[in-house]
Design a protein around this ligand. Structure first.
Ligand SMILES: [Fe+2]
Length: 306
């Protein structure tokens, strides 16, 4: 019988909901093996590295040798993309066992997964698909997160999705759904601010309203990424969460807004397609570091003055 935190799912978070943060409050980068030598030789020290768990589920070889070397020098976050936490069926026990092997091997500072599903009846999809926000789905997602946290023996972070459609069956907002998950399971949250901007644009609501209602005290890591711009059949803007270019200025503005409200937070630059040379990715990380430093200095100045 799994233990679960019982609470009013719609009650706003309090200071006691504030989650521990295990990564340094600096910019990190998604680790790509082609950057290893440049990262190790660079005078600029990236705050942490993040890898996709599924890329390290094989038994051995070059990927593991390289990540073992990087792990000696850098804090590490392991980010799963294939657990299918929102799946209508149960979790795949073999995938969960493989994830546990990776986590046990590297002892990362954080482990995160998506609020999405990507497998059903043994079929695997390349996309992270959305879930309806209703009580039945909430109970199922919480049960899956309980299973994951129990299997790994640690708290995980859950990432807000980028979505392109909504469900008529939804009975609550995405922010209430996520708040309820955090309170019921004790998991932390990974706030992907590009996902917020992409979803807000695609559904026609204000990203700032979403962030105002998001349980920010539960956030232990932030993601920033680039997106592609397209148009839907009605000629309205359609943003695609493509991770193939620099972070958009509107997303940087939202990031400043969030950091202004909170302490500095570990912030990952995600760049998974058309991956540039290390100096380009580093510049994005340095831009995030500059924002974190500015707000940390401002906050320290306020404390000193009071
Ligand atoms: Fe993300």
């Amino acid at each position: 019988m799994r233990a679960r935190i019982q609470a009013d799912p719609l009650r706003p978070e309090t200071r006691s909901d504030k989650v521990a943060r295990h990564l340094p409050p600096r910019a990190g980068a998604g680790f790509k093996p082609q950057h290893a030598d440049a990262i190790l030789a660079d005078d600029f020290r990236i705050g942490f590295l993040e890898v996709h768990a599924e890329n390290y589920m094989g038994a051995g070889g070059h990927p593991h040798r390289m990540l073992t070397r990087m792990r000696e020098d850098f804090p590490l976050s392991i980010h799963g993309v294939g657990l299918s936490i929102g799946s209508p069926a149960g979790l795949d026990p073999e995938h969960l066992a493989r994830l546990k092997t990776v986590v046990d091997r590297y002892q990362p500072d954080e482990v995160s997964e998506h609020l999405a599903w990507s497998t059903h009846d043994g079929h695997f999809f390349n996309d992270l698909l959305p879930v309806p926000y209703d009580e039945a789905t909430l109970a199922r997602v919480c049960d899956h997160i309980d299973q994951v946290q129990e299997a790994l023996g640690r708290r995980i972070l859950l990432e807000n999705p980028s979505t392109y459609l909504g469900f008529r069956a939804s009975t609550m907002s995405e922010t209430d759904f996520i708040r309820s998950i955090a309170r019921r399971t004790g998991c932390g949250l990974l706030l992907d601010i590009n996902n917020v901007h992409v979803s807000a644009t695609n559904h026609g609501y204000a990203a700032l309203d979403y962030l105002t209602d998001f349980p920010l005290l539960c956030v232990a890591e932030i993601h920033l990424a680039g997106h592609a711009e397209d148009m839907d059949d009605a000629g309205l803007p359609l943003l695609i969460d493509s991770h193939d270019r620099p972070v958009n200025d509107l997303v940087w503005d939202l990031y400043e807004h969030v950091i202004d409200k909170l302490d500095p937070l570990p912030t990952l630059i995600e760049w998974d397609n058309d991956v540039p040379d290390w100096p380009v990715l580093k510049r994005e990380a340095q831009r995030a570091d500059a924002i974190l430093d500015r707000h940390a200095s401002f906050a320290a100045g306020l404390r000193h003055a009071s």
